[in-house]
Design a protein around this ligand. Structure first.
Ligand SMILES: *Cc1c(COP(=O)(O)O)cnc(C)c1O
Length: 379
């Protein structure tokens, strides 16, 4: 069955049934006997669909978790109240004092901050490897336990060779976890490409309506049990209302991604031709590093475009001059957005994007007209 069709059927019970699973709000699940509760508790140890207690999720979250697990092609899926909580959950499940974690260059900024500000204080060390590394051997230490990957990387949208990175990590017994918020269960499949774990901020495209926060971790093989244990130990869950909103949003994931991709690509190509623009980053543009790898490994792109304006043009004034791209954190909702990226150090100036746009579902002619007016205003 095609994925588009599956999106319309996830969570449906035997007929007659509501098309969308309802919101089941519950803490206690009542049992008729001591033996029945014992049986439930034994079953839930390796079956995440067992209804046992609200902290383990109710049928609403179970339906969502199973849908995301299926889209990503994993053996287990665990839900969190935000994407950041999901990433912190993975780091916590696989790292102990004395361990070392590898992060890909230009990883999502909060992942880096969490390692620098929290893990370091727990005696867990971290180092960053260049995004175009294909063999991690030189970066792996005896105490390296986990490599955190992301494709494409957060701000510069450069695509690493995920299969090669995972293969070299596995050769040294290092677990690989890939932030797949860009692909969001649709355009990119880290588990198929060799990653043990895929992490998604469902706040973005899965929910898709800028009104829900959630995170998901999908894993395969031995990693499932470790994640299950740590998720439940820390009491992490997604509330039923949020799970409902996310699954409802996912019904139109395929349609929305088509429009985000078309708009994002049209904007990237248009900006690339403008004399006011020094550089554009977008995985489908041949000039963006890792473009060939993206073409090999992914089935499409989304609405994100990063850019750098020519010297002398004020990036902040450009963002402020936009009307259809309000300024705001996050992306993946139905609406277009713009954000000024923090000035990054290290890389050469022409490697540093200044602005990130998110192309929403608006008509492309309106978006381009807005960009054109703003460029003319500031140039
Ligand atoms: C937004 C984002 C996150 C964090 O998600 P929240 O739901 O906002 O906590 C993680 N990774 C990437 C790549 C993101 O863009």
């Amino acid at each position: 069955m095609h994925r588009d069709t599956k999106l319309t059927r996830y969570g449906r019970g035997t007929l007659p049934s509501a098309a969308n699973p309802g919101i089941l709000r519950a803490s206690t699940i009542l049992h008729g006997s001591v033996a029945a509760l014992k049986e439930t508790k034994a079953k839930r140890e390796d079956d995440d669909s067992v209804l046992s207690y609200g902290r383990r999720g109710t049928t609403t979250a179970h339906a969502l978790a199973d849908a995301i697990r299926d889209l990503e092609g994993g053996d287990g899926c665990f839900l969190y109240p935000s994407g950041v909580a999901a990433i912190a959950g993975v780091l916590g499940a696989f790292l102990r004092p004395g361990d070392h974690v590898l992060l890909i260059e230009d990883v999502f900024h909060h992942t880096l901050t969490y390692c620098e500000q929290h893990l370091k204080s727990m005696g867990i060390s971290m180092s960053i490897f260049p995004w175009d590394t294909t063999d991690l051997t030189a970066f792996i230490r005896p105490e390296t336990k986990l490599a955190v990957l992301e494709a494409p990387t957060s701000n510069t949208l450069r695509t690493p060779d995920l299969p090669a990175l995972c293969e070299s990590a596995h050769a040294h017994g290092v677990v690989t976890a890939t932030d797949n918020t860009y692909g969001s269960g649709w355009h990119y499949r880290p588990l198929e490409l060799g990653s043990d774990i895929s992490m998604i901020s469902g706040t973005k495209y899965l929910s898709g309506h800028a009104d829900t926060m959630m995170g998901a971790v999908v894993a395969k093989g031995d990693c499932v049990a470790a994640l299950r244990h740590h998720t439940h130990l820390g009491g992490q869950l997604l509330a039923p209302d949020e799970a409902y909103a996310c699954l409802r949003g996912m019904r139109t994931l395929s349609l929305r991604m088509e429009r985000h991709e078309a708009n994002g690509l049209a904007i990237a190509r248009w900006l690339d031709e403008r004399r006011e623009v020094q550089r554009v980053w977008h995985p489908a543009l041949p000039g963006t590093p890792g473009h060939d790898t993206w073409t090999r490994d992914a089935s499409g792109t989304n609405g994100l475009v990063s850019l750098r304006l020519c010297d002398g043009i004020d990036a902040e004034a450009f963002v402020d001059a936009l009307d259809l791209f309000p300024v705001g954190s996050s992306w993946g909702g139905f609406e277009s957005l713009a954000i000024l990226l923090p000035p990054s150090s290290g890389s050469a100036p022409d490697e540093r994007p200044q602005v990130r746009l998110h192309a929403g579902l608006e008509h492309i002619d309106d978006l381009i007209a807005d960009l054109e007016l703003a460029l003319e205003n500031v140039a």
